[in-house]
Ligand binder design. Structure first.
Ligand SMILES: NC(=O)c1ccc[n+]([C@@H]2O[C@H](COP(=O)([O-])OP(=O)(O)OC[C@H]3O[C@@H](n4cnc5c(N)ncnc54)[C@H](O)[C@@H]3O)[C@@H](O)[C@H]2O)c1
Length: 431
């Protein structure tokens, strides 16, 4: 059995993966170019927020099964989990994957498995990764087992989903797929399905594109509902009573480095064939502007209105602000308007953002409008009296449809229902 793993990139994906393999008895070396990550890990600490990960990492490091380094080491299996962002012009930036491949090449031996977990544009294994090995004198078909095994975990539930989700293992050759499957069988309890690298690349991208397109449909419904004076949330609830309909939830935009990024990987490779995907991206990208305009409308009667922003992350209960529409909205509110903006996010640390973060109470203090941009659990449970104590006449604009109150001293407006009264079932207040 293969017992040594070298994981390149110790972020939200690489670190939990490294920790799980070490727990399964593998000797794991985690590699990162960020010395802060490496130094923290060698002390048994982590710098990202993910439930149960701190304990698992502490135990793995203490047991000697997990250590970190800025340089790769020889191993039976190499796993690459480095970022795959987009350039300004919305084309894929696969530089980190290329750098990771170059970094491991001196350590790769015949028979090793090389698995790219990073989300990559279609044909990256065939056109970028395999040729890099070939150029270095390593035959990607015969000497190594090269595969793409994309991740589909939900941040906040990564450790559970890494084990339980069905995994797609796409081999550069059928033998590589079988080898990659054998590696994952050591930790994964879900099904592991073998396919080609290209099919794996495309299936991962279509998963996120499916969600992006469906969120765009919900966001379009928000705009239509505003125009027609109908409650979009009630429309969604009723439409979803159809057994084969699953309208998604609208919001202030689509963020994170997956949904807001991956569709572009397809668009780049098949531009003429992807008008729907491109339109969906445009609709989702238009939402921060839409929210900012609504905030301006809601505060138009005030001079220098004070806006209390609740939530900066791209989704609830995580600490990730990458591509977050909330960051975009805050930027616009601060720069394009006369507003005073105070910000609170219990999951974000000061060093992550260029803003001063305040406590909930200080953020709400004398605010004219509270703007909920993230559906953190902490926000859902805010007691009516907190708003009433801090704000003179509380007005809440909830873009995530996550807060409910039937306190008639609080004006609550949901994105998607800005011009109509709440439907009776919506007043399911917890306070
Ligand atoms: N986070 C998720 O929920 C998620 C889900 C599915 C897929 N993915 C994909 O997984 C990949 C990794 O995502 P992530 O969220 O873990 O990213 P991340 O930014 O959290 O972590 C990546 C790490 O790689 C390091 N790194 C960059 N270049 C390196 C190099 N050449 N050598 C060693 N380390 C290097 C960075 O310093 C960073 O610590 C991306 O392709 C992403 O799209 C992420």
């Amino acid at each position: 059995m293969m017992k040594n793993v070298c994981v390149i990139g110790l972020g939200y994906i690489g670190l939990p993966t490294a920790a799980l393999f070490s727990k399964a008895g593998f000797q794991v070396t985690g590699v990162d170019v960020n010395e802060r990550v490496v130094n923290a890990l060698n002390k048994g600490e982590i710098i990202i927020e993910e439930p149960e990960l701190p304990e698992l990492v502490r135990e793995s490091v203490a047991s000697g099964h997990l250590k970190a380094s800025t340089k790769p080491v020889e191993a039976d299996t190499f796993m690459i989990a480095v970022p795959t962002p987009i350039h300004e012009n919305e084309t894929a930036d696969v530089r980190y994957v290329q750098e990771a491949v170059q970094a491991i090449i001196p350590f790769v031996r015949k028979g090793n498995a090389v698995i790219v977990e990073s989300t990559i544009p279609p044909r990256t294994i065939a056109d970028v990764v395999a040729p890099a090995f070939k150029e270095a004198g390593i035959d990607p078909e015969r000497d190594i087992h090269l595969a793409h095994c994309p991740e589909r975990v939900l941040p906040g539930k990564i450790l559970t989903e890494l084990i339980e989700n069905t995994r797609i293992v796409g081999g550069h050759t059928p033998e590589a797929a079988a080898k990659a499957k054998a590696v994952y069988e050591e930790v994964v309890k879900g099904d592991i399905i073998e396919t080609t690298a290209l099919t794996a690349e495309m299936s991962k991208l279509m998963e996120n594109t499916f969600r992006d397109v469906n969120i765009a449909l919900a966001n379009e419904l928000v705009k239509i509902s505003d125009r027609l004076g109908v409650n979009a949330h009630e429309v969604i609830r009723l439409a979803n009573l159809h057994p084969r309909v699953n309208l998604h939830q609208p919001g202030p935009g689509v963020g994170g480095h997956c949904l807001a990024v991956d569709p572009y990987f397809i668009v780049e490779k098949a531009t003429d064939e992807s008008p729907l995907i491109q339109t969906a991206r445009r609709i989702n990208n238009s939402m921060p502007d839409y929210v900012v305009n609504k905030v301006k409308e809601l505060t138009s009667a005030l001079n220098h209105p004070r806006v209390a922003v609740l939530g900066l992350t791209y989704k609830g209960n995580v600490d990730d602000v990458r591509e977050s529409p909330a960051m975009d909205i805050v930027h616009r509110l601060k720069h394009d308007s006369e507003m005073e903006v105070a910000i609170h996010d219990p999951h974000v640390k000061d060093w992550q953002v260029p803003y001063t973060l305040l406590s909930l109470e200080d953020t709400l203090y004398e605010a004219d409008l509270a703007l909920i941009l993230t559906d953190h659990n902490e926000f859902k449970g805010i007691d009516s009296k907190v708003w009433l104590e801090q704000m003179t006449a509380p007005v809440i604009f909830d873009t995530k449809h996550c807060y409910f109150t039937n306190n008639d001293k609080i004006e609550l407006i949901h994105l998607g229902n800005t011009g109509t009264k709440p439907a009776p079932n919506e007043v399911k207040a917890n306070n």
